[in-house]
Design a protein around this ligand. Structure first.
Ligand code: FAQ
Length: 335
């Protein structure tokens, strides 16, 4: 199966046995540092599979931030007020910044941005399933903030303690910004629910109906079907399992939905006193894998938009390279 680790040649990712006594010593030192909760830095010795797992996850994350700009970008010209338009523009700009921090973090592991973008543009790389759904109404912009950024924060706060220093540090800044993103979405929905018309309230409910299940799926497959979790958790890349974070998200959303006055579209959602969590209905994992596999409502459109943006920007990259070469020539002449 294809994986985003770029160069595993179709082999599944498994912790490889160290080849030599020297490598064994390095591996032991690495394991001790992981067990002690130390950060691993770019210049440290890293097991090959740790590096590949990080490149896989960080590049997927970076691509998600980039592709994630597209659904919201659809509403910039139609935002209802100047205030909402300014907030939306700032949010989209933040997502671009997040993508840049993440591509930079992945580059410290020896994979170039061009390689990562080539994998995205050729359809080999994954990005979050959630961005393959359409934004049909203005309420979708608020719902993305509330649910999609809400899910993103739930998943990303533990990544601030990821064992790889450059990723963890990028996540600290990203999470601060994401929490504003979540709040602006909740605020936009609250205004429509409390001060809006019946039609606006219906628009919010329709939006929540469409985005709830895809948001719940964002956390990835169930733990017993998550091939990467065991090693990622052993290495301190992931601190919580997919199902743990999904449950935390669902529990948090139930109370928030009550404040908003919207129904979450799951008739089986109910508090379980024994588990001290909410039980929820069956998740449609066939839909999830269809979307991840490229057959969601907007996969083709999203990829085509990214490829077009890359192609349209070719002249900017060429001009920047020509300028850099000219500057270097001038500096050489002065020297
Ligand atoms: N979509 O073994 P696992 C955002 C893939 S950023 C697509 O459980 P893992 C900001 C997975 O890659 C949102 N593919 O994998 C924003 C693997 O395939 P591979 C993105 C998915 O890595 C907000 C296979 O399934 N956040 O929203 C998905 O241990 C608003 C098996 O899965 C991150 O990327 C999915 N949802 O756990 C922007 C956070 N889930 O690679 C704009 C960092 C799984 O072997 C507007 N990433 N797959 O070919 C992570 O925490 C992890 O990578 C998980 C998946 C939890 C996503």
């Amino acid at each position: 199966m294809y994986t985003q680790a770029m160069d595993t040649m179709g082999k599944p990712l498994q912790a490889a046995a160290p080849a030599s006594a020297q490598e064994e010593a390095l591996q032991q030192r690495f394991d001790t540092r992981i067990d002690a909760g130390e950060f691993i830095e770019a210049k440290d010795w890293l097991p090959d599979h740790y590096r590949k797992t990080l490149v896989r996850q960080i590049s997927q994350h970076a691509h998600s931030e980039y592709v994630g700009m597209l659904p919201e970008g659809n509403w910039v010209t139609r935002a209802p007020t100047l205030k909402r338009k300014a907030i939306l523009l700032a949010k989209i700009q933040d997502e671009a910044g997040h993508g840049l921090y993440l591509y930079s973090a992945a580059e410290t592991l020896g994979t170039s941005r061009d390689q990562m973008l080539d994998a995205l543009h050729s359809g080999r790389a994954k990005y979050s399933s959630i961005f393959n759904y359409p934004t049909l109404s203005w309420a979708d912009v608020g719902t993305i903030g509330w649910l999609v950024d809400g899910a993103a924060i739930m998943n990303q706060v533990p990544l601030c303690r990821c064992s790889y220093g450059p990723y963890a540090r990028a996540m600290v800044r990203i999470c601060r910004e994401e929490s504003f993103h979540q709040r602006q979405g909740f605020d936009a929905l609250l205004v429509m629910m409390q001060q809006g018309t019946d039609a606006q309230r219906a628009m919010v409910q329709d939006s929540v109906n469409r985005w709830w299940w895809p948001s719940v799926m964002m956390f990835g497959p169930p733990d017993d079907q998550s091939p990467n979790s065991a090693l990622s958790m052993r290495w301190g890349i992931k601190r919580n399992s997919n199902d743990e974070l999904r449950q935390k998200f669902i529990d948090a959303c139930v109370d928030q939905a009550k404040v908003l006055g919207v129904q979450l579209p799951d008739p089986d959602l109910k508090w379980n006193e024994e588990r001290q969590h909410h039980d929820h209905g069956v998740i449609d994992w066939d839909e999830f894998w269809r979307v991840v596999g490229g057959d969601g409502p907007c996969n083709r459109e999203r990829l085509a938009a990214r490829v077009k943006a890359w192609d349209d920007g070719a002249w900017v990259r060429e001009a920047a390279l020509a300028h850099a070469a000219k500057e270097a020539g001038r500096e050489r002449a002065v020297a």
